[in-house]
Write a protein that binds this ligand. Sequence first.
Ligand code: NAD
Length: 487
Amino acid sequence: MTEHTLTVAGVAVDPRHWIGGERVASAGTFTDVSPIDGRALGEIARGTPAEAAAAVAAAKAAFPAWAATPRAERARILHAIADGVEKRLEELAIVETTDNGALLRSHRRGVMPRVAHNFRFFADWSLTLDHEDFETRGHTNHVSWDPAGPCVLITPWNAPLMLATWKIAPALAAGNTVVLKPAEWSPLTASLLADIAAEAGLPAGVLNVVQGYGSEIGDALTSHPDVRRISFTGSVPTARRIAASAAPHLTPLSLELGGKSPLLVFADADLDLAVDLAVEQYDNAGQVCLAATRILVEETVAEEFTRRFVAKAGALVQGDPREEATDIGPTIHPRQLDRIDGFVRRAVEAGARVVIGGHRVDERSYAPTLLTEVAQDSEIVQEEVFGPVLTLQTFADEDEAVRLADDTRFGLAATLVTGDRERADRVTGRLTAGTVWVNCFFVRDLKAPFGGSRHSGVGREGGTWSFDFYCDLKNTVTAPKGWNDHG
Ligand code: NAD
């Protein structure tokens, strides 16, 4: 504990940067506020461009030794970080809930175990990277995944530690060093992770955390000539700025962005399953990039689907995310609540009918909302709300279903509910989406490629695709001749 230490839900959190294995205070700070009750949690370092540059310098200095560390030793340290996450799981869960308002029960049972799994999975996967040598006119081709250098990782607030570690783990396992810039609305667990990594024996400078506003330090990170990779999860407008900022040095980018994913319900579907999957889209108060926010239902079953949906959604419990019984917690920030309400107001003005919700519950939460009678080209159908707001449209046949489903600028995910396997194959083949779920939702394996098409992103991470991004792939061609031993 130092004079700087904050106590959040009984857990000590250092609000300073973590640079080169040391805590570094910033001249300025910003106030971190809990979405649960609007209470100030403390003052967090408000990074400057010079501090961002110092973090990149620390990552650059630490790179040669970490890159030269054998993969198995790097993997051992990543497993030790996973051990630390598991040991402090309760603390991480309550701090994350206090900081971003997502359900404590999900953090305990799903999110934080997945954080540990991120480290274990990519540690182990790095040991399997292999491509069989092949011959070209007697010459041997050997493919290797070489560490690339310092990576800048920029993450959003909706799933802070899960999304950060999904990038940190493969970057470190690949032999790179990292500068993490967490979101300013949920900065705390990144700081705890820095402590855990240091305790696990990660050398100084291999992982650095810079706090602050993206608008103030983002450019210093993404335009830096020593940065070799940028992986970003967040919104499309920010992605455009980052891409422009990275352009002069042609720094490779991985962009995981927003979505407006469809959930298609065919008349041959198990309707109860379809309703369950549709209501699941309110998880995390709708603040999920993958959420299927556009429900498309075949005309003949639309009335029955809506009836069952309204009954099921009506049973959701909205309240304090620390309570076990709560299904929907608060929205991250009053500004976000205003944004959600603005979308709904404009949709209603444009002719949408409110089936459920359509209003704030209090100054922190928005009621689960379903809107119908929405035009395909309207804002509410085309733009990401990032709140508990779903639209319902109907279709007459498969062609119309595909046309509506595919008609946005996004392409992150799609969910189909159908009892007909041939239909599932046909429709899947016609949709533009990084992930398609058939009769399920949110089943994710770290081995799978993950990312979006069109404005939902650039590139894929997951399994070997993560290492393809975080590494410099090298092909070494060796001739059979020229050896001193003539062998
Ligand atoms: P955001 O783009 O506002 O912010 C994301 C991060 O970028 C924050 O850390 C922010 O500080 C930083 N940032 C802001 N300006 C920057 C700049 N000029 N340079 C560099 N960094 C900058 O997004 P958000 O509101 O925090 O997150 C919500 C968005 O994230 C939604 O669009 C959601 O769909 C998307 N998201 C996508 C995925 C995915 O995997 N595809 C996952 C979660 C969230």
